[in-house]
Design a protein around this ligand. Structure first.
Ligand code: PAF
Length: 282
């Protein structure tokens, strides 16, 4: 596995692979790799000649009161996992090289960035869209891999790739869950044992809603009420940011459950914010 820290060197290396006719899959991450990330790397390995994994805790996607400082970091453990999966390149830039003095260009995917998580994390998707654009320009991948757990992020990235004519296929891979349904997330590491147990309420609320819809509950207001009721029964959930049924393309709340719908939830357990979602064909 080649370790590259400098964007220019990464760009040259990737260009050489492309010139030799090799396809490149990129897996952008912020590290603290779990089975969810590993599934993306495995998928990229299966579908491309070359797999590049990036680890960069992107400061521009964290708000001033968010967890940038305490975001879990484990470069040694991550490198070992990436090497074991036989990825070809680990791209490990630092803040100064990604955002050198004078950096002023940002990408804002309007409208959809302001929905759901965007309401509670202003500027978050602008940071995501900017760093993903930079990575796409540096690597020029054939395919870029992201997890469905961050559903809104995947909608923003698909839009960005389409609007800015990036020549990459965006591949969204299924959410990987713990044995009790909790979606894998680097932020699960913040939870104490009681909170970890309580965190399954997000999965329970999505499961209850999807079962109710499939059993014939067709009023979004009733689904929303049910989702909030499941979450509210869990005393360690300190805030419900949203829990509702949405149009998966526009991320608007819907007034009729028909076709494919998105069930999505964001809730806080103390200072830890968790998100989860399910897509449902009705
Ligand atoms: O999903 C993440 O880990 C991040 O938002 C991403 C896509 C790597 C951009 O920093």
């Amino acid at each position: 596995m080649e370790l590259i820290r400098i964007p220019r060197i990464m760009q040259d290396t990737c260009r050489k692979h492309l010139q030799k006719g090799r396809s490149i899959g990129v897996v952008p991450t912020m590290g603290a790799l779990h089975e969810g990330h590993l599934s993306l790397i495995k998928r990229s390995r299966a579908e491309n000649d070359v797999t590049a994994v990036s680890i960069f805790v992107n400061p521009t996607q964290f708000g001033p009161a968010e967890d940038l400082g305490r975001y879990p970091r484990d470069i040694e453990g991550d490198s070992k996992k990436i090497r074991e999966l036989e990825a070809d390149i680990l791209f490990l830039p630092d803040d100064r090289i990604m955002y050198p003095p004078g950096f002023t260009t940002f990408i804002d995917v309007e409208k959809i960035s302001g929905k759901l998580c965007g309401e509670f994390r202003p500027g978050h998707f602008k940071g995501v869209a900017t760093v993903v654009s930079k990575l796409l320009n540096i690597v020029r991948p054939t395919r870029a891999y992201f997890g469905q757990k961050d559903f809104q992020q995947s909608v923003v990235i698909r839009r960005l790739v389409k609007d800015l004519n990036f020549d990459a296929e965006v591949v969204i891979c299924p959410t990987i869950r713990e044995h009790d349904g909790l979606a894998m997330s680097s932020r699960n590491a913040y939870l104490n044992p009681e909170q970890r147990h309580a965190a399954t309420a997000l999965f329970r609320c999505l499961t209850a809603a999807s079962q109710a819809i499939l059993a014939g509950m067709h009023y979004p207001a009733a689904v929303r009420e049910m989702m909030h009721a499941v979450l509210s029964r869990e005393p360690l959930i300190t805030a419900i940011e949203y829990a509702d049924v949405y149009d998966p393309e526009t991320l608007e709340a819907i007034d009729e459950i028909k076709g494919e719908v998105l069930l999505a939830v964001a809730a806080r357990l103390g200072s830890t914010r968790l998100i989860d979602n399910m897509l449902l064909n009705t």
